[in-house]
Design a protein. Structure first.
Length: 344
């Protein structure tokens, strides 16, 4: 009797496993490899999306569908994770047999032996090519919006400086001439107000688009901005900047605006008298770090504001990544990385 019950249990378990396999094969792209990465099983979905037959795939490794999109470090980190017995999740761009690219959301689960070492890997994937296409279109759209916005800022800045600013300066010259011939409290008041208006227009023009950024480049623009920032808000900003060349104007603008926004947040919320800005060119990447040792905030409890969202969108628009770390009482650190090759 016991044998019969055991047989029934085994059969039920087999049926359940077959049901799970059917559901997985129907909904997912599935592959199994041995510990060396050699493919030992693929389902029909894998063959369909990769355009390879099962016979062409078995005995190969996943380099057969490599697109060359990801760096060697990307896959080294993946192998380091699954080789240690941990589950890896990520998005991978693959190349089908017919030369088309496709994206998959991937989960790789290591199966461990009695020594807790992986003896095979189960990869479950879902195609996300359409989602990635939409994301890329949105990124292009955002980049276009930012470009239009910057061009409008540039136009307004020039008009303020060359139009209203110059007219006010002409009036100030006239007032000064009158004062040299006639002393009157009203003329003195007009001189003071005209001087203040000229200075205010210069500040607005500078905030909109500093001409030094277009004329001389990123480094002089950052130095000039930090000097004005420190004088205005009494926050000393330590700058360590090493750039060997001028970058594409879209990259220079992104770096400048993110530094500007980060320092504005420091001024408003950090409650500090010092901050640090570091800009480094490393191989094909520009790395920017803005850091303060102020109040900080709890990243789990506080949702990103408009400023942080704006910085992230600017970074994405030039193919960059923005990382923000903060904790209460220990300050905030913002790290921006942009590939220099983006412009080309």
């Amino acid at each position: 009797m016991r044998g019969t019950e055991m047989d029934i249990d085994i059969q039920q378990t087999k049926n359940e496993l077959m049901d799970y396999k059917f559901a997985l094969d129907a909904s997912s792209i599935v592959a199994i490899t041995n510990s060396q990465g050699t493919i030992t099983y693929v389902n029909d979905q894998f063959c369909h999306i990769s355009k390879y037959s099962r016979e062409e795939l078995l005995g190969q490794d996943h380099r057969i569908i490599s697109s060359g999109f990801h760096s060697g470090d990307f896959f080294k980190e993946m192998w380091r994770t699954i080789g240690s017995g941990k589950v890896w999740k990520g998005e991978i761009c693959n190349l089908a047999k017919d030369g088309t690219y496709y994206w998959v959301d991937t989960t790789i689960v290591p199966f461990l032996n009695e020594k807790e070492k992986p003896y095979q890997y189960l990869a479950i994937r879902y195609e996300i090519s359409e989602r990635k296409r939409v994301e890329q279109e949105l990124q292009k759209m955002m980049a276009t919006i930012i470009d239009v916005q910057e061009e409008e800022r540039k136009r307004l800045s020039r008009n303020l400086h060359d139009g209203i600013g110059q007219n006010l300066y002409s009036h100030l010259i006239t007032i000064n001439r009158l004062l040299s011939e006639l002393e009157h409290p009203l003329l003195t008041q007009m001189q003071k107000e005209a001087t203040e208006l000229i200075e205010e227009i210069r500040e607005i023009s500078w905030e909109l688009r500093p001409s030094v950024l277009d004329d001389l480049g990123l480094v002089p623009a950052i130095r000039s901005y930090l000097s004005r920032f420190s004088d205005h808000y009494h926050i000393d900003v330590y700058l360590d900047c090493v750039l060997n060349r001028r970058l594409d104007i879209s990259i220079e603008l992104t770096i400048y605006r993110i530094i500007q926004e980060a320092l504005t947040n420091i001024r408003k919320y950090a409650e500090v008298s010092e901050a640090t800005v570091i800009v480094r060119e490393m191989d094909d990447v520009v790395r920017v770090m803005i850091e303060d040792k102020g109040k900080g905030f709890d990243m789990k409890q506080r949702s990103p504001g408009v400023g942080l969202f704006s910085m992230d969108e600017r970074a994405r628009s030039v193919g960059g990544e923005l990382l923000i770390t903060a904790s209460p009482g220990k300050g905030t650190k913002i790290i921006l990385e942009i590939p220099i090759t983006f412009a080309s």
